[in-house]
Every structure is written in C-alpha cells, then in structure tokens.
Design a protein around this ligand. Structure first.
Ligand code: PMP
Length: 401
C-alpha cells in the first residue's frame, strides 16, 4: 500500500513547489477513506441519532455506536460506555475539570500538572481551582525535557486530588512514563488524567495497561475529521461525576421539580453530536489499523532520527526536547534567528512547519526563548521530504544570521 497516495491534499504545489507538510502535530491530513466516510454520511445517512423511529435514524445510530466500540477496542478500554464523544481534547479536559472538580475539589485542595503541558491541560485546572479555592502545583522538567518524577513524589500530599499530565509533549516530543506516574499517584489513591492528543496517532495506547483514570484525545490529530474527540474515563469515576452540560440526550426524565440523568455515556453527551465526524473517526481508526500502529511508530522514528541527525549538521542549531524516548516532533532554533522568520521562508519553499509557543508558554519561559520552529512528521512523510527541508534550512540559515 502506497500510503501517501491515499491523501489527496498532499499532491499539490505551494508557491510552485511540491507541498511538504510537516505540521502534523497541529493536525494531520485526512486519507480518502475518511473523506469518503464524511461524504457518504451526508450523501446517504444524515439523520439525528438515538431518538428517531425511522430507518436513517436507526442506521446512523448504529454506525455512531459502532464507532464507540471501535474506539473502545483501539485504546483497550474495559467498557464502551467509558468512551464519551466530545469535540476534541480541549473539550474532554474541560469536561473532566468541570465535572470531576465539582464533585471532588474543595477549598485548599491541590491539583498537579506538569511544566510541559499544553494550555488545554493547564487553564481548565486553573479555572476549576479558582472556583473551588484550590491550588495548582507543577512538576518540573530537565533541560533535556524529562519530567522529574522525584519532584512529583514530593508534590503529592493529603490535599492532592488529581494529577494531569500529557502522554507526549506537543513541543518537546517527550514520551512521559505514564504507567510509572499512575503507580506513584495511585499509591496515594490519586486519579490521573492523561492528555493523549500527541500520542494517539504515534503509538499503541492501552488505557488498562497504563492504568490511568482519564485519557483525552482529538480525532483531527489521528487522520479523522475536526470536530470529534474522546474522553475516556473509568466507569466508577464517571458514575460519581455530575453532568457537564445539560440538554437533550443526557436525561432520563425531566420535570420542573426534578430531572434525572441518563446512564453512561449519554449523561455526558448533551445535544446533537457531530455524527458525520464520528463516522469519519471510525474510518481513521480502520486506516490506522491497516497501516499497523507498530509500522507507523517505526516509520516515524526513522524519520525523526534522520531529521535530527541532519539538523545537527546545521551551524548554530539548538534542539529543544532531546529525551531518549520521544515521538516525531522536533522543536528547534537556528542561532538567534526568530522562529517566525524561519517559518515564513520555509513556507515560500513549500514547506509547512509551525512557529511560536505552540500553546505551551511555560515551556518557552523555562528555556527563556520566544518560541521555536516545530517540524512534526506523520506516517505519509518521507526521507526525501526531510532532505528538501534540510536543504532549505541550509539556504535560509545564512540569510538570517
Ligand atoms: N493537548 C496537546 C498536547 C495538544 O497538542 C493539543 C493540540 N495542539 C491539545 C491538547 C488541544 O487539542 P484540540 O485543539 O484538538 O482540542
């Protein structure tokens, strides 16, 4: 299977140059099967789910629930009702921060996050802490981009209510030792939320083996459409947590005197979901299975190692995030050049990278830099593209220094 040809968007020129798309950590491109699934839904299946007595409603509901089961299987959750559809990682984390904290966070309590979190795994906790009168504590990390687990152990105390960390840093590429973090937290009966936005498309994820209590991710970073994400939560906790939003679908009975809530997972799925996008997610999971998750990981590691080695040959290069265990994200600066200037010149050569703080301002503060240039690879990228990228940097570097 020639994976690249399955992605129509990649076959185009930008400013007269073949597109090199290295902005995969922001969002991946979509294979034809995902585009077809979306198109197929709106061409022949569109209907609101769960409440209709007619053929299309029943069929759309069946496909929607099949996707839930496909997600359960993909991350090896115990029950499909532990899979909640959201709009993405951000909404998933906000759901937990709002609902879990309403039930379990009180004045003077503490929540622990790491210093390498995306703003999506910082701000929702800050909002929850502000509401409850609780405090945020932060796990530091080393210059290489490795979390200090000894510090985590010291941060935990009788006031700690939750640890929230990412599986993979979107800026440093570090793969964090989730099972170890879960062991530390669980030995004090503290649940762990994992932001899986940057891991889900790069490695096999088994939530039962990791032992985490919540695992959140976005479809659009794993070849699926924008507009759908997942909040996985352990049944026992989800049952204890109040609804996040009120509305249709999440209720059992409504009277003006008292409303009772629906069972899991519907308690957390108020309103009409993005059914077409959910079906697209099923196609994306099938695509990833076809590629083989192990193949994806191996191919991307080859690209990352190759690009890292070639980048190191460029004068003045500084790579941020050099943990031994990392995914296909490379953040760098060339001398004192501004990341934006490098990104703009690369763009004119047809190469798409991301520049800036990548929604991780605390990481930039940690290294005292304004931002980085970030190249991130997916299964359809090639060594030849990395050669084009490196040649371009050799051309650009002297112009900017
Ligand atoms: N966490 C991490 C680590 C991310 O990389 C991102 C996306 N850049 C998010 C959370 C937020 O994801 P989304 O915008 O899809 O909700």
């Amino acid at each position: 299977m020639d994976i690249r040809t399955l992605f129509p968007i990649l076959d185009q020129n930008v400013y007269g140059k073949p597109l090199v798309y290295f902005d995969n950590a922001a969002t991946t491109q979509k294979p034809q099967c995902v585009i077809d699934a979306l198109n197929g839904y709106y061409t022949s299946l569109n209907s609101n789910i769960h409440r209709g007595a007619h053929y299309l409603a029943a069929k759309a509901t069946e496909c929607y629930e099949q996707t839930r089961e496909a997600v359960r299987n993909f991350i090896n959750a115990k029950h499909s009702h532990e899979i909640v559809f959201t709009r993405g990682t951000t909404e998933s984390i906000n759901l937990v921060a709002s609902s879990f904290c309403q039930r379990f966070l009180s004045k003077g309590d503490e929540i622990i996050v790491s210093g390498m979190e995306h703003h999506s795994n910082i701000v929702p906790w800050q909002l929850a802490c502000e509401k409850a009168g609780a405090h945020l504590r932060v796990i530091p990390f080393s210059d290489e981009g490795i979390l200090d687990l000894h510090a985590l152990t010291n941060l935990i105390n009788e006031k700690t209510r939750l640890v929230a960390v990412n599986h993979v840093s979107n800026t440093l590429g570090t793969v964090n030792p989730i099972a170890e973090i879960v062991n530390i937290a669980h030995s004090h009966n503290i649940p762990v939320l994992v932001d899986g936005a940057q891991s889900i498309s790069h490695m096999p994820v088994d939530v039962q083996a990791l032992g985490c209590d919540f695992y959140c991710f976005s479809g659009h970073k794993m070849y699926a459409p924008m507009g759908v994400g997942i909040m996985y939560g352990k049944e026992e906790l989800l049952n204890e947590m109040p609804p996040y939003q009120g509305g249709g679908e999440m209720i059992k009975d409504v009277t003006f005197e008292k409303t009772t809530y629906n069972d899991l997972p519907f308690k957390f799925e108020a309103g009409t979901p993005s059914v077409g996008d959910v079906l697209g997610l099923k196609a994306a999971i099938d695509f990833m299975h076809q590629c083989g998750i192990e193949y994806i990981a191996t191919h991307e590691k080859m690209l990352t190692d190759y690009a890292t080695q070639k980048l190191q040959e460029i004068d003045g290069i500084r790579i941020f995030g050099v943990a031994p265990h990392k995914t296909s994200v490379i953040s760098f600066l060339i001398g004192n050049t501004h990341p934006y200037d490098v990104g703009t010149l690369l763009d004119k050569l047809g190469i798409a990278v991301r520049t800036g703080h990548h929604c991780t301002q605390p990481i930039m503060d940690r290294y005292k830099i304004p931002g980085t240039v970030r190249a991130s690879f997916a299964v359809y990228n090639t060594k030849e593209e990395i050669d084009i990228f490196i040649q371009a940097l050799h051309r650009i570097a002297p112009m900017l220094q």
